[in-house]
Design a protein around this ligand. Sequence first.
Ligand SMILES: [Ca+2]
Ligand SMILES: [Ca+2]
Ligand SMILES: [Ca+2]
Ligand SMILES: [Ca+2]
Length: 302
Amino acid sequence: MTAVENVANNVGKITGNTESGSYDTDTNAEKAANAGEQVGELLNGGNKDVSTKNDITYDGDSNDGEIDVDAGLAYASEVVDSIDQNENGAIDLNNENEKQKAEEGLGIEDISAADANADGLVDKAEYLSLTILQDCTSEAGPDGIATAEEAKALNEIIKSDAELIKSQVRAINTEVVSPAVANFEMPLTKLEKALDIAEQAEIKAENNAKQISQNAKTIEELQQDKKNLGLIMQLLMLMQTLGLPLGTIESMAESMGIDISEYLPMFKGQTNSAQNTMNSNLFNLFGTQVNDTTNPFLVKPY
Ligand SMILES: [Ca+2]
Ligand SMILES: [Ca+2]
Ligand SMILES: [Ca+2]
Ligand SMILES: [Ca+2]
């Protein structure tokens, strides 16, 4: 192959480190999901041999010397989802469209080599295991980048010894990938994050509105209390002025729908006191109520 052909074939590196992706680029998983999304866009754009033409950073960080399996799963999820037409979360080997898209689109010689448990499906864990295996074909060892050269080397092995690939995919899946699957959570897209924030804001606004209406109710209750207190004061004055018995005051209060039970001790102290000897402490208790000069009973209480 000539250098010009190489340039034409190697369309570029896929890093996931892109502002235009659906995911942020703050975590390995987000970057890997962006990389997977880019691969999916190439596949859905009708491109062929995507994995043999691109160096793909599938674990979000190619510089730390280890494979971030969670990030790899985010990558594999995006790629498999872009192929998965019947939406069962896997590439179906007996579905020609899915199989063809995986093999021709990605440029993998025989995708069934990735079906480690031979159930006719290449699930996301198996696809990641195949990608890690691809990364293992270079002498330097896996570095988080599944390169175009490594993809070609993988295809050579698939052609010569598909069973070896299958058993190695099974080993990687069992030892490395499967343990991470149970706790794996797909990172949120930028849109999902924004919707989350909007939802939180909405809940907060609802709670605030609830709180405000509760406060309003409390204020209403306080106002009612104050009004009742005023009426109680009037009764007290009446009792004082006329020397009415407690029973009369109680039935008057009842007819006004006021509960005076908690004030009864004060009333009791004043019942039948003939003269205007209102206890000034009692006035202090009622605060500003006694300054209501529009109330005939409250004028000059002493
Ligand atoms: Ca890494
Ligand atoms: Ca499928
Ligand atoms: Ca399988
Ligand atoms: Ca590599």
